[in-house]
Design a protein around this ligand. Sequence first.
Ligand SMILES: [Zn+2]
Ligand SMILES: [Zn+2]
Length: 397
Amino acid sequence: MTTVDPARMLTRQVRELAVRRARLRRRRAEVTGNPAHLDCLDAAISRLGDEIDHRRDHRAIVASTGSYQPWTQHHFQLGDFARIGGAWYPVLHAGWAALTVPPLDLLGERRHHPNPEHGIDTQSVAYARVYGRRRAGRVLHTPPPPEDAACTCRVTIPTFNPEFVPEQDAGPCTRPPVARLTIRHDGTACGCHGLCLLADADAGSRPPWVEVVLLCDAHEQTAVSAATATAAITFRGPDVTPDPMHREPATPPADRTESTMDLNDTARVRRPRDAVEYRLGTVTDITYAPHSTDIRRLRLRFPTGDERTYTADEITPSTRDDDRAALETAFIDACAVLRYACRIAHDYDEALSTDLIGLLLALYEAARTRIGLTLDPVRVPEYGNHAPAVTPPQGQP
Ligand SMILES: [Zn+2]
Ligand SMILES: [Zn+2]
């Protein structure tokens, strides 16, 4: 097996993606009078832009810290969100080669294949196409530093001209990093007074570049307070794993089982197949086996007005004053409404849209960590497509 130089690989990928983007831009300039086609091309161009930016960030990390770490299965777990093609998807499974995410993103949009000609992508997603992770409210655009990484302070950066920036002889700091600072050097706003754009040779200057520094707890304070607006903290450790406050659904009361259910009892579908079946159902009809008290089928009415028939083992008794049921309903409805608002905001005010996505992500996380409800975008109903939620249950009838 040959080892690949990651910096060279990333450079090549950026070049290939840039060529593809240029091709799409040319095609866009030729297309006239077809708004749908233009939108599609614009979206593809912006997705390619995301990919290029992501690889440039990666390349900056390689150049500055000497280590390259792509996203792997060890960086993801159920309940995380992954950034793919400009949208957030809940992670359903982290396999060794690819992430499994639903075909719809948080906003209910279909996932696109990175190659626009391929249309909709329904397969799992290779880690090379994952551009970020959100866990417990923290976003990482590039993976956390590897475990053996050290603080990069006091390391002489060879691209600086030693005539202006004297070499430091204190040797490298070996403490573990607690933060990563990404500095975009443009010569002025970065606060370097042009020194950072001086090329190795005296002739000319280099184009703006990105420096990535890893900071230990001792170096963090000074570096962060000296940072200007072109610098950003792109990681702050330790890499948190949220407390999995996963709770199993409430167990049915001991005195009631599927086989002793009565009319007007309330029940829950064990494996909901759509949004309706997430709701608490009321038993409206029971069919018994001939000459027997064995329940053969039960008919449930849902708050949406839908009525469906189940076998006894497909449902489980659930009390009407089950607060969790009311919360689930509230979460699902809130999610649908927010998603709806988010789509409108997308064309109204991009910043508002970003804020709304943040709220949506927080909602997903709260639902998962607090009541153990994993909201699947595929099953969240479209706002307006279902009957409004009835008043939450008010205790026993
Ligand atoms: Zn600079
Ligand atoms: Zn240090």
